[in-house]
Design a binder for this molecule. Structure first.
Ligand code: RM4
Ligand code: MN
Ligand code: MN
Length: 433
């Protein structure tokens, strides 16, 4: 195929889809018949999947790094405008990523109104804005080395609070409706920090940020078990997060980053608890094997992802009050083309969602009632092992997106074009981005 097409061009996508359509139709029809026998209407699942969207992390379109090194990829975006262009490619090809979540000050520009306009022109909107008080920026007055909004020095706390309020103001220009608050504050040594007082300082500072929220905004409190603090992190678990949300008020919610728990923790159960408390505010999707928190969604534990979605669909069907969790990706791509990883991840989320939608919930609840553990678990497995790819592909086709997004992207030659257009800028050699 030609190697210099615009992957966002509808005609190019349609041309790429053409040879794949006959096979898709026959696979879709076969799946439709099989689901029909299970009492499920395939077009309803397609409709629900089509309505599902996940926000892209602006920091995810650049190549990530580890503490050891960062191996830059060709044609990386050099500023937030170029990041949006890559995000638009992902959305055009998958139809699944209509919004972008910005990280400040990484995405700072002197014209946020222009940025909003640029996004609108690319068919993108903005999800939650993320503040950053886990690094020092050039020309920053006070250091966050020993913490930010929980620092022992009130002047550092003030600076970090003001930064968060600034993020809200920027978010308002962009049309965001939430601020995600993740802090790296904590201790590396027993005794380093007064564990109770640090949490109290968090509550006081977060209350000031909360006060600055517009009426229709949410504060999303993100917990993380460890890193950069290795002994005790101030908001290290969903218990601390929930306590903070409940203390702050009705606009405060908990954000679950899938990679921020101890190994083997039952994340779907945390989700269920937060649903019960009506404080599940959103997700940072990714996957993790050991202590990492930024691998591609569904790449390690797809069944766990499905079980999380099983709880979400359950809550959706029960019409739980104020249940509208934000879906966002939070990944770092060290060895893949970030555009490909993000497309694959968005599709994995849709897959888990579709699988959760075809769970026979009536049967499941009967088995639960009768304590039939085996049949209950098989009911979930039956949905999980159903190949729903034709549903996902059909949804993309109907939206004018690509039946095979990664192949269509590769054939377009977009990355090589970026490499030519975007000569590498000097960047730091380590860290997450
Ligand atoms: C943290 C956390 C935050 C993200 C930073 C970059 O581990 O997941 O959500 O903003 O990384
Ligand atoms: Mn996160
Ligand atoms: Mn993380």
């Amino acid at each position: 195929m030609k190697n210099s097409a615009d992957p966002r061009d509808r005609n190019y996508i349609a041309q790429s889809n053409a040879p794949l359509q006959a096979v898709l139709t026959s696979e879709y029809d076969a799946l439709g018949e099989s689901l029909q026998r299970r009492g499920i209407r395939i077009d309803e699942i397609v409709r629900a999947v089509s309505a599902f969207g996940v926000a892209l992390p602006s920091w995810g379109v650049g190549t990530g790094g580890t503490r050891f090194a960062r191996f830059a990829g060709p044609g990386e975006p050099r500023n937030v405008f170029e990041k949006l262009e890559d995000c638009a490619v992902i959305h055009s090809l998958t139809g699944a990523t209509p919004r972008v979540s910005l990280h400040l000050p990484w995405d700072r520009t002197d014209d946020f109104a222009a940025l909003r306009e640029k996004a609108g022109g690319l068919g993108l909107g903005f999800d939650a804005v993320n503040s950053n008080t886990f690094q020092d920026q050039a020309n920053q007055k006070l250091s966050y080395k020993f913490g930010s909004i929980t620092h022992t020095d009130p002047a550092v706390r003030r600076q970090a609070i003001e930064h968060n309020i600034d993020c809200i103001r920027i978010g308002q220009i962009l049309g965001s409706k939430a601020l995600t608050l993740w802090i790296g504050d904590g201790a590396n040594f027993p005794g380093q920090q007064h564990l109770v007082h640090a949490f109290e300082r968090y509550l006081d500072s977060a209350a000031e940020i909360y006060q600055a929220l517009p009426a229709d905004w949410r504060l999303l409190i993100e917990h993380k078990m460890y890193e950069p603090a290795f002994y005790a992190t101030v908001i290290q678990d969903w218990g601390s997060s929930l306590m903070a949300a409940q203390t702050l008020g009705p606009k405060a919610f908990c954000l679950v980053d899938l990679g921020h728990h101890a190994p083997n923790v039952n994340i779907e159960m945390i989700v269920a608890r937060l649903v019960h408390a009506q404080r599940l505010g959103g997700f940072h999707f990714n996957d993790s094997k050991y202590g990492d928190d930024d691998l591609d969604t569904g790449s390690i534990e797809p069944y766990r992802l499905f079980l999380v979605f099983n709880e979400l669909v359950d809550a959706e069907k029960r019409r739980v009050a104020s249940f509208q969790p934000a879906h966002m990706l939070d990944q770092s791509h060290n060895v893949t083309d970030p555009i490909e990883s993000l497309m694959g991840s968005a599709i994995e989320l849709q897959r888990a969602y579709a699988q959760a939608l075809i769970v026979d919930r009536e049967a499941l609840s009967g088995y639960q009632q009768d304590n039939d553990a085996l049949m209950a678990t098989q009911t979930l497995k039956r949905a999980f092992t159903t190949d729903v790819e034709p549903i996902l592909a059909r949804s993309r086709l109907e939206k004018g997106a690509a039946i095979d997004p990664i192949a269509t992207y590769r054939a377009s030659g977009y990355r090589a074009g970026c490499a030519a257009r975007r000569p590498a800028a000097a960047r730091s050699g380590s860290g997450i981005v």
